[in-house]
Design a protein around this ligand. Structure first.
Ligand code: BG6
Ligand code: MG
Length: 226
């Protein structure tokens, strides 16, 4: 394992909750109700894909012109940005800063593969921008998760082959993207929504180098048919 690639929302900090609240608020304004169970399907995917899924869910696919959709997304992002404006280093999820230190000690590179265009601002507020040797710009990608492009781009930024990378995700679409990229997939959450992950933890404070490395060794044995 030469690199660990992190998702942001729901892995490094609990902004997945703020995305949910912002979409719930915005969807209500156009007469659509969403709940936490539906929200699982929005995790990891980009803003445009999220709105499309919400409109289909509310029976409103095709109801809005492109300019109206842009306005709905602008409102969601504005509300979301209000929710994240007071983030501080205290908002790092448990165990994450210790994990960063352990990976540094082990000379393992770290990159960010988040679909969020707000990611750089969030990393700054959390005070962890300098931990990353690579941060993928999601606006420069042709395909969102579950396509592997974002994870392959992160590996390329670090100059590490995908087969030497582990990646950590809280979303179904993210785990699918990691597996399509040919990487070791670590899921944070519950088994039902993270099927396909090579290792699952329920909370970020379980994410130690020791656990990742044990999982990695097992994964390599299986991969090599030992
Ligand atoms: C992902 C979140 O990290 O970023 C999604 O899991 C979100 O919920 C996506 O829609 C895009 O974020 P943003 O900040 O660019 O709207
Ligand atoms: Mg996430």
């Amino acid at each position: 394992m030469k690199a660990v690639i992190f998702d942001l929302d729901g892995v490094i900090t609990d902004t997945a909750e703020y995305h949910y609240l912002a979409w719930k608020h915005t969807a209500e304004q156009i007469g659509i109700e969403i709940d936490r169970s539906f929200n699982e399907r929005l995790k990891g995917i980009n803003r445009e894909q999220s709105l499309d899924k919400i409109l289909i869910h509310g029976g409103a696919a095709g109801k809005f012109q492109e300019a109206e959709k842009q306005e709905i997304m602008r409102r969601k992002n504005q509300y979301y940005q209000q929710l994240i404006q007071n983030l501080t280093p205290h908002d790092l999820l448990p165990g994450i800063s210790v994990l960063f230190a352990e990976l540094k000690r082990e000379h393992i590179s770290i990159a960010l593969a988040s679909s969020s265009r707000n990611a750089p601002a969030i990393l700054q507020r959390l005070g962890v921008m300098d931990e990353f040797q690579g941060v993928v710009d999601p606006a420069a990608l042709a395909h969102g998760k579950p396509d592997p492009e974002i994870f392959l781009t992160a590996a390329a930024l670090l100059g590490v082959p995908p087969s030497e990378c582990a990646a950590i995700e809280d979303a179904e679409a993210g785990i699918a993207a990691i597996k399509s990229a040919g990487m070791f997939a670590v899921g944070v959450g519950d088994e039902t929504s993270l099927r396909g992950a090579d290792l699952i933890v329920h909370n970020t404070n379980e994410l130690t180098f020791e656990l990742l490395n044990e999982g990695w060794q097992r994964y390599c044995c299986i991969r090599e048919g030992k």
